[in-house]
Design a protein around this ligand. Structure first.
Ligand code: ZN
Length: 149
C-alpha cells in the first residue's frame, strides 16, 4: 500500500507542477469562477461545448496543490464526454470524496482515483472538489461565482 500511496502522491505532484489545460479561454461557451475561502483557492473554469459534448475545458487562477492537481486531472477526464457523462462523473467524484451524497450510480473514476485519499482530510475535500463545482456551474451556464462556504 505504501508504494501505491507514493505513486498517488507523485501523480498529484506532477499535475500540480505541470497543470494540464491551464489557460484562459477567449471563446468559451461556459465560464464560472470558483472560490474556496477556507484555503484561498480561486480558480476560473472555461468550457467549450459542441453538439452536447465537452470539446474543450481549461482552468486558470491560483489554488493549492490539491486544488490545482484536481482541476488539472478534471480537465483531462472531461474532454470528449457528453454533458450527461460529465455530470455523472462529477457526481461520482463528489460521492467518492464525501460519501454523504445519496448517489448509487457511480461511474468508474479512472485516474481520478488518486484523489480519493483526500476524503480522510475533510478540509482538503473542498480543495479537491472546487474545480468540479465550478465546472458544474459553467456547464449549467450559471456564469458567476461558486463558493464552498
Ligand atoms: Zn486548497
Amino acid at each position: 500500500m505504501e508504494n501505491l500511496r507514493e505513486l498517488y502522491q507523485e501523480v498529484i505532484l506532477d499535475h500540480n507542477k505541470n497543470p494540464r489545460n491551464f489557460r484562459a479561454m477567449d471563446d468559451a461557451d461556459g465560464f464560472a469562477h470558483g472560490n474556496n475561502p477556507l484555503c484561498g483557492d480561486t480558480i476560473d473554469v472555461y468550457l467549450k461545448l459542441k453538439d452536447g459534448v465537452v470539446e474543450d475545458v481549461s482552468f486558470a487562477g491560483h489554488g493549492c496543490a490539491i486544488c490545482t492537481s484536481s482541476a488539472s486531472m478534471m480537465t483531462t477526464a472531461l474532454k470528449g464526454r457528453t454533458e450527461a457523462e460529465a455530470e455523472a462523473l462529477f457526481n461520482s467524484f463528489h460521492h467518492a470524496l464525501t460519501e454523504d451524497a445519496d448517489y448509487p450510480d457511480d461511474v468508474p473514476l479512472g485516474k481520478l482515483e488518486v484523489l480519493k485519499g483526500v476524503k480522510d482530510y475533510p478540509v482538503r475535500v473542498k480543495c479537491a472538489t472546487l474545480a468540479w463545482h465550478t465546472f458544474d456551474a459553467a456547464l449549467k451556464k450559471h456564469q458567476g461565482e461558486v463558493t464552498t462556504e
